[in-house]
Design a protein around this ligand. Structure first.
Ligand SMILES: Cc1ncc(COP(=O)(O)O)c(C=O)c1O
Length: 390
């Protein structure tokens, strides 16, 4: 070996000193309200398995049966020889859930966000992106030849001014529906109207809204009656739907265009049959068991009220994502460590995932949590915060 990687140990030490080094720790159990980690049973307050479907017996059985029947992998890109009937079946179901004509599967939300903005824009175009959009959107904008302009979080006036001033051939506005680290919602009705007024395309990432918001769990667009007006809606299958993959829903023309032009669709292996079958089973459960979403709603209200009593404003939170902002990286890490000692798994989220100075505990819930687990966490958090040097 050349020794050309010798810079890494020093760089890792620097990350460590800044409280920014990340590490992996394998779980000793499937997803659930309680998981095993490092030999301990911990109340799991950091998964995106919001509806408790990732390890649901019917979801597991569907994945297993389809894998048994059709194999573990799709073997190739959809365009080569990996286009399976289950892909179409899932796309049709997801198009209906999203209230759209058509849908196209992607390998993950990250793939969708990397591929779609670049497919919709070129060098004469401009993308307008909320500063708090997910990292995959940031990276997707970088992959486009369009000029990317970031607007202040949910700042409609700034966006309006930027759109008015832009001479771009095509304009694309991109936003998270529910912001992944803050749990707040984009002002979608206003954004839709703004895009219509300026002739801009609107791309909405419903990673944390799919399965949660809307009368049928279709997402924020459904909740606000905007499904027919938002051009491009992305949803992930790996969070509330307990599986893996993502969908981009819109018009038939949009789907056709992406099949030819979205590089992260064209140049990657298709989703495995088992993952698609798991998502189909999750969609069945979403429709058949509305009580899951009701339970999650009640737990969300309980957590919000409790965190507000501890002094953390939660007024903007619309989904089971609660930002407990502590500021300093090391403080967030220490709070996470102490909560773990008390039996609660909550991760410290640090830059670059969140802006510098806003390191936090990102607390999430699943429909399968018991109210007592929420209360227990709130009590432990109160004790831990009282003991921290703040
Ligand atoms: C807002 C948002 N978009 C996209 C993604 C990526 O989705 P996936 O995990 O399916 O790659 C995430 C995941 O964390 C997210 O929070």
């Amino acid at each position: 070996m050349s020794g050309a990687l010798d810079w890494i140990p020093g760089a890792l030490e620097k990350l460590e000193a800044q409280g920014l080094r990340r590490g992996l720790e394998p779980l000793g159990s499937p997803q659930g309200p309680v998981v095993r980690l490092g030999g301990a049973a911990l109340v799991n307050l950091c998964s995106n398995d919001y509806l408790g479907l990732a390890a649901h017996p019917r979801v597991r059985a569907a994945a297993a049966a389809r894998s048994e029947a059709e194999g573990a992998g799709a073997g190739a890109s959809r365009l080569v020889c990996g286009d399976l009937p289950v892909h179409r079946e899932l796309e049709e179901r997801l198009a209906r859930l999203k209230g759209k004509e058509a849908a196209l599967l992607f390998s993950s939300g990250y793939h969708a966000n990397l591929g779609v903005p670049a497919a919709l824009t070129g060098k004469d175009d401009a993308i307008f992106s909320d500063v708090l959009n997910h990292a995959s959107i940031v990276d997707g904008c970088r992959l486009s030849f369009a000029r990317t302009v970031r607007y202040r979080h949910k700042d409609l006036q700034e966006l309006d001014d930027l759109l008015a001033a832009s001479r771009a051939r095509r304009k694309l506005v991109v936003t998270d529906a529910v912001f992944s680290m803050d749990g707040d919602a984009a002002p979608l009705a206003e954004l839709t109207a703004l895009c219509e007024r300026h002739g801009a395309m609107l791309y909405v990432d419903e990673a944390h809204a799919t399965g949660i918001l809307g009368a049928r769990g279709g997402g924020l667009c459904e909740a606000l009656g905007l499904s027919g007006r938002v051009d491009v809606v992305m949803g992930t299958l790996g969070k509330a739907l307990g599986s893996f993959g993502a969908v981009v829903a819109g018009s038939h023309d949009l789907r056709e265009w992406l099949v030819s032009r979205a590089r992260t669709f064209v140049f990657t292996t298709a989703l495995p049959p088992g993952a698609c079958a798991a998502a189909l089973a999750a969609l069945d459960l979403l429709a058949a068991e509305p009580e899951r979403r009701e339970r999650l709603g009640a737990l969300t209200a309980r957590m919000k009220a409790g965190l507000e009593r501890l002094g953390f404003p939660m007024g903007e939170v619309v989904a089971p994502i609660f930002p407990v902002i502590l500021g300093d990286e090391r403080l967030a890490l220490e709070a996470s460590r102490r909560l773990r000692e008390r039996g609660f798994l909550v991760r410290a989220i640090r830059p670059p995932t969140v802006p510098a100075g806003t390191s936090r505990l990102r607390v999430t819930l699943s429909a399968d949590h018991a109210p007592e687990q929420v209360d227990g966490f709130l009590g432990a958090l109160g004790d831990v915060l009282a003991g921290l040097p703040r």
